[in-house]
Design a binder for this molecule. Sequence first.
Ligand code: ZN
Length: 131
Amino acid sequence: MTDPTPLPPTEVMPSVVQAGLRGLCPRCGKPTLFAKAIKFADRCSACGLDFTQFNVGDGPAAFLTLILGTIVVIGAIMLELTLHPPLWLHMLIWIPVTLAGVIWSLRLAKGALMSAEFRNAAREGRIDPRP
Ligand SMILES: [Zn+2]
């Protein structure tokens, strides 16, 4: 087991954006962050960083639901008003677009938040002892 302590930024460590876009480990930069589509792996298979010590919570899901829902609804309304396609065509278009958008945006947001937590050594509920 390796030391889970965050290290100062190095040239190996990916940026927050790179980690989010490509699912990179925030410490070693290898694409090991996700075990499944939107589920984090327990630890990095390359450097051993324990991903379970970080908690990105449900913040990304709630925020992305509002953004993605708005985009999909606006697209569906614009398609309906311009081409008047049948209902089955709307479903054929918007269900896969929504699923792909949810998976892609959740991976992006969760990966970026995990990387930001690692870089800033964020932990739950610490009280600063300084006066
Ligand atoms: Zn790693």
